[in-house]
Design a binder for this molecule. Structure first.
Ligand code: SAH
Length: 246
């Protein structure tokens, strides 16, 4: 029987090469085959010239994992790439479950990456210096009622809230409802950061308020960070103080 290969589930970070970890780069270098969504494969251009590349469209996550597993069973070293951190609304969980279901002994290593919340926060200044939550507004896999409940809890707890998947062509209303829920607990003057294409080509950074945030473009390339009651803005930055006395 063939010697088994290995699967790296690699978070490649937000986009720019400088924000990829050394280990992510090493895992990709060691791999025979790179599997991933086309947009992420494109971000690796130049780094994977000598590799076999299997790219696919969106919503093929499970098929992609099964494919990666098949290659690894044939003895190949495979990198399954996803953006940001592969374990944050990414591919890591699906890959592990596919391997477990298959019952095979293929080794899976999850390689962490800089997630969108961290990338966006860095571009805004320091908005997640205190307790924060991430909430995905995508209800494709999660009941909307549960998402609403979590928004209520986050608002009640005065958490900084990082909203992933805020709006897409087919999901326009979720961000409006999320804002209304947060307004039950947070003032309309609460500082909000809107970062599109954080740490990659075409980045835009806006600092606004919960009252005004819907005046700006928000889409699937955007992460929205809603401050807590102590968050303030200065010189286009967003700062959530931790309590140090200066
Ligand atoms: N695994 C990814 C998240 C995938 S969910 C990670 O850890 O970052 C996809 C959502 O992530 C997008 O809709 C957007 O809200 C956010 N996102 C991913 N990359 C981003 C970037 N460079 N700038 C702003 N938001 C980003």
């Amino acid at each position: 029987m063939n010697k088994l290969g290995k699967i790296y589930v690699v978070g490649i970070g937000p986009g720019n090469r400088e924000h990829m970890t050394f280990h992510a780069k090493t895992a990709i270098d060691k791999s025979d085959i790179i599997v991933g969504y086309k947009t992420y494969i494109d971000l690796l251009e130049g780094m994977i010239k000598d590799k076999e590349v299997v790219s696919s469209g969106m919503k093929k996550e499970i098929e992609r994992c099964i494919e990666a597993l098949e290659y690894a069973k044939q003895g190949k070293i495979v990198s399954l790439v996803s953006s940001g951190d592969s374990g944050v609304y990414g591919m890591a969980g699906i890959m592990l479950e596919v391997v477990l279901k298959d019952g095979s002994d293929v080794e899976v290593e999850v390689v962490p990456g800089v997630t969108a919340a961290n990338a966006a926060a860095a571009s805004l200044g320091a908005p997640i210096m205190h307790d924060y939550v991430t909430i995905s507004l995508s209800d494709l896999l999660t009941d909307w009622s549960l998402i609403e409940r979590r928004l209520h809890c986050a608002g009640e707890g005065d958490f900084v809230v990082c909203l992933y998947n805020p709006k897409s062509k087919g999901r326009q209303q979720q961000i409006e409802i999320a804002r209304e829920i947060l307004l039950k607990y947070k003032s309309k003057n609460t500082i909000v950061g809107i970062v599109r294409n954080a740490k990659r080509y075409g980045e835009s950074v806006i600092v606004t308020t919960l009252g005004d945030m819907l005046k700006y473009e928000i889409d699937m390339f955007t992460t929205v960070i809603v401050g807590n009651s102590n968050t303030y803005s200065v010189k286009e930055m967003m700062i959530t103080p931790r309590g140090y006395k200066l």
